[in-house]
Write a protein that binds this ligand. Structure first.
Ligand code: SF4
Length: 283
């Protein structure tokens, strides 16, 4: 049972250190998507919650409206830490209310999500030139999605949502992240989505010590044959897997004339086509 609280805040805006982003807005703290690899889990302690990640949701509320004088033509990321379209957004409409204000402010909004619920706000996004929506995919396999991202939208729903956004003239992007070694069928994701976007970013699964044990336990339980590979990469710190993968991505994407960026944290000097990174909480 999820514990939901409405939490007052003085402001939604945080100044951003992310290249190309002026402000970040997180309408929620906590995420019922419950991704196994979620690094935003550190917010649990930070926000004083004892519940497990995914079992609490703070709906942030601010009585002070966003100021057009401050946000006119600024670039605003929603969200950097938790997903702005978790299933409870249907009920609380926090993200939608913020979008209405950002539309009024004429800000350029960049939405990061794993949820098809974003299509509800197509009416607003159509009136927000310069804005875009990025969907993240860690897999093309629905069984994996159910195990690793149990609260997020189904893969087919996300692809349909991407299609709808694209057909409504909204700029779309696909983030293939986190790439789970041996599990992320990134070519399939590209094939299934390239009719609806030409922009891709790739990022590896980065395991911080705080959740490495959890991810390795997940691999041991559901994909035991991959445990030696994960041990080699994450315990022995062998970088060959990422070096080979980045070369393969470069060739594959260039052949298809698709715009892409690779943000592997391992051996970045070998990564081609480097662009400013988006540092979200969605992977
Ligand atoms: S990775 Fe993103 S979508 Fe998944 S639980 Fe974390 S914040 Fe939510």
């Amino acid at each position: 049972m999820i514990k939901i609280a409405q939490v007052p805040v003085k402001t939604f805006l945080s100044k951003s250190k992310i290249p190309g982003v002026d402000y970040v807005i997180n309408p929620y703290v906590g995420c019922p998507h419950k991704c196994i690899y979620c690094y935003a889990e550190y917010m649990r302690k930070f926000s004083g919650h004892a519940e497990a990640w995914g079992d609490f949701l703070d709906v942030r509320q601010c009585p002070v409206p966003l100021k057009p004088s401050k946000l006119f033509h600024t670039r605003v990321l929603i969200s950097s830490v938790t997903d702005p379209y978790n299933p409870y957004e249907q009920q609380y409409e926090s993200t939608r209310n913020l979008l209405k204000q950002l539309q009024y402010c004429q800000a350029y909004v960049h939405i990061l999500t794993k949820s098809a619920l974003v299509v509800r706000d197509i009416d607003l996004l159509r009136k927000m030139p310069g804005s875009k929506v990025t969907f993240s995919f860690s897999s093309a396999d629905e069984k994996f999605r159910q195990l690793a991202e149990p609260g997020a939208s189904r893969i087919t729903e996300k692809i349909e949502a991407l299609q709808q956004l694209h057909q409504n003239g909204i700029t779309t992007e696909v983030m293939i992240a986190p790439i789970m070694p041996g599990l992320t069928q990134w070519k399939t994701i590209v094939e299934q989505t390239c009719a609806y976007t030409h922009n891709y970013t790739f990022d590896s699964l980065n395991m911080r010590p705080a959740y490495q044990g959890k991810v390795l336990a997940f691999i041991r339980q559901y994909y035991p044959k991959l445990l030696p590979l994960y041990t080699d990469i994450y315990v022995n710190e062998n970088t060959i897997y990422w070096e080979q993968l980045s070369s393969e991505i470069e060739i594959y994407m260039a052949e298809r004339k698709l715009d892409f960026s690779v943000f592997f944290s391992v051996n970045p000097t070998k990564v081609p086509n480097k662009k400013p990174a988006i540092s979200g909480g969605l992977f």
